[in-house]
Design a protein around this ligand. Structure first.
Ligand code: HEM
Length: 487
């Protein structure tokens, strides 16, 4: 009764809770999707809950996705939410520690750096890294065995990203200090830091030291390259950023190049390593798809399986659909948040959300609704085969009015329930790279191995929501067997 009385009549319904500050923190934190489904059933698409003392208003389904992700800059704000967590990790003057217009320019630099030529070179580098990894990694000694998928894929993802996007010097420093620095910096993303990122706790001190050391490392690389010691013989993002200038003609300073590279490393690593792990776990649950993937490669590229190129990836639709379907059920970013800047009427309702609230969107939720997807809980890459009645962002947005954010032209609104890369001004610019990286890893993996769940079971592991990005619960062990090479 007290909760009902405290709520203003036109505010969204409040999820019932017993404890004032804790509110729904525990049920949401344990399984956000189960929480969204339960409350969607009770309250519909729009409701408010308490997360560590903050009022979070969730707006679900396609209208909710569009309302939040395409919200105007005067209405909703990302940096006020993300900056306390991200700035101590990425450093000053980049991403959320600068005006949104500067972030848009930084996103443009990165997007424009992912040229066809660069992407082409990345496929070759990632393939080499995978082949090397499958030969030398202790997990893959011999002809068959088992492996802990999330752990091994986290390693392979960071090696492949650093060899391609981050460049040779970063990849080479991995064997020594970089892995440790990465680990310390990553501790900055502990969920506790949503409240305590400023606190002089040991993990925050380690984070700050790691950030300073990494900024120095990247700055040294830039200086060495500028002095002519290193030749420009690759297409990594550092080379590209060194040539970029802001609209006012100022080149990107060293510490900002470092900050952007750290942001790319972190954004890419969490999302892609979780996705690559889910892909392999889904393939282990469905070994017949692994054989279909190999058959697709043989029929599209030749029975002898030549080295794969960037152009070849376009000829492997089932490989892309495996990535697409995995992202439908296992979106690594389950909740996207924005601060409300002025009272807002929620689209399609009479509810008014006051500026004291934070908005929460979950495109991963609409991707699991049965009004959009037949048998939504079922993982089936063939649901994306041509002619199937499934939603497709590109198809759905084809007729929409467009808007140019400087880094790319996107739809002004979105009707799609499938938005694993977000929408609007904060939409991901790493999608192309992520697809390229994940598809290339899958190509290399199915050429080398068969996999299946231990004992051939059809189970799938649960999701770990304890960090900011969701990922498979570890350990998640599956069986591998090396393929016999045909002579
Ligand atoms: C933004 C998902 C890979 C860099 C986003 C957003 C989502 C997302 C949902 C929007 C966040 C928001 O609106 O608050 C993913 C997924 C990935 C992936 C599912 C892989 C499977 C990458 C990679 C990079 C990257 C590989 C870097 C190379 C970024 C950047 C932003 C972003 C810079 C913009 C943040 C902003 O404007 O506020 N990503 N991402 N992402 N992502 Fe990704």
């Amino acid at each position: 009764l007290q909760q009902l009385l405290l709520k203003k009549p036109n505010e969204p319904p409040m999820v019932f809770h017993w404890l004032p500050v804790i509110g729904s923190t525990i049920t949401y934190g344990m399984d956000p999707f189960a929480f969204f489904f339960a409350n969607h059933k009770k309250y519909g698409n729009v409701f408010t809950f308490i997360l560590l003392g903050r009022k979070m208003t969730v707006c679900l389904d396609t209208t909710g996705n569009n309302f939040i992700l395409n919200g105007k800059i005067k209405d909703v704000n990302a940096e006020e939410i993300y900056s306390p967590l991200c700035t101590p990790v990425f450093g000053k003057d980049v991403v959320y520690d600068c005006p949104n217009s500067k972030l848009m320019e930084q996103k443009k630099f990165v997007k424009f750096g992912l040229t066809q030529e660069a992407l082409r070179s990345y496929v070759t580098l990632i393939t080499h890294e995978c082949e090397d990894f499958f030969k030398r990694h202790k997990t893959f000694k011999g002809q068959q065995g088992t492996f802990d998928v999330p752990k091994v894929m986290a390693e392979l993802t960071i090696y492949t990203a650093s060899r391609s996007l981050q460049g040779e010097e970063i990849r080479n420093s991995f064997d020594s200090k970089f892995a440790e620095l990465y680990h310390d910096l990553d501790m900055g993303f502990s969920p506790i830091n949503f409240m305590l990122s400023w606190a002089p706790l040991p993990h925050n001190r380690a984070r700050d030291n790691a950030r300073e050391t990494m900024i120095k490392l990247y700055s040294e690389i830039v200086r060495k390259r500028r002095s002519g010691v290193a030749k420009k013989d690759s297409h990594d993002m550092i080379w590209h950023l060194m040539d970029c200038k802001y609209k006012d003609g100022v080149p990107v300073p060293e510490h900002e190049i470092a900050g952007i590279m750290i942001a790319l490393l972190m954004a890419g690593q969490h999302s892609s390593s979780s996705t690559s792990a889910w892909i392999l776990l889904r393939l282990a649950q469905n070994p017949h798809i692994v054989e279909e993937l190999l058959a697709e490669q043989k029929s599209a590229l030749g029975h002898h399986l030549p080295p794969v190129s960037y152009e070849d990836l376009q000829k492997l639709p089932l490989h892309a659909q495996v990535v697409k379907e995995t992202l439908r059920l296992h979106a690594p970013i389950h909740s996207i948040m924005r601060k409300v800047k002025q009272p807002l009427v929620v689209d399609g309702t009479n509810y008014v959300v006051p500026p004291s609230h934070t908005l929460m969107s979950s495109p991963g939720f609409s991707a699991q609704l049965d009004n959009h997807f037949v048998n939504p809980a079922h993982w089936d890459p063939h649901r994306w085969d041509a002619g199937q009645n499934n939603y497709d962002e590109e198809r759905d947005e084809a007729d929409e009015e467009k808007i140019d954010y400087g880094w790319g032209v996107v739809s002004k609104g979105t009707k799609s329930p499938y938005l694993p890369f977000g929408a609007g001004r904060h939409r991901c610019i790493g999608e192309q790279f992520a697809y390229l990286q994940l598809q290339t890893i899958v190509v290399a993996f199915v050429r080398e191995f068969k996999i299946r769940n231990v004992g051939g079971s059809k189970d799938i592991i649960g999701t770990d929501y304890s960090s900011l990005f969701s990922r498979p619960l570890a350990p998640a062990v599956v069986e591998w067997e090396r393929r016999q090479k045909e002579l």
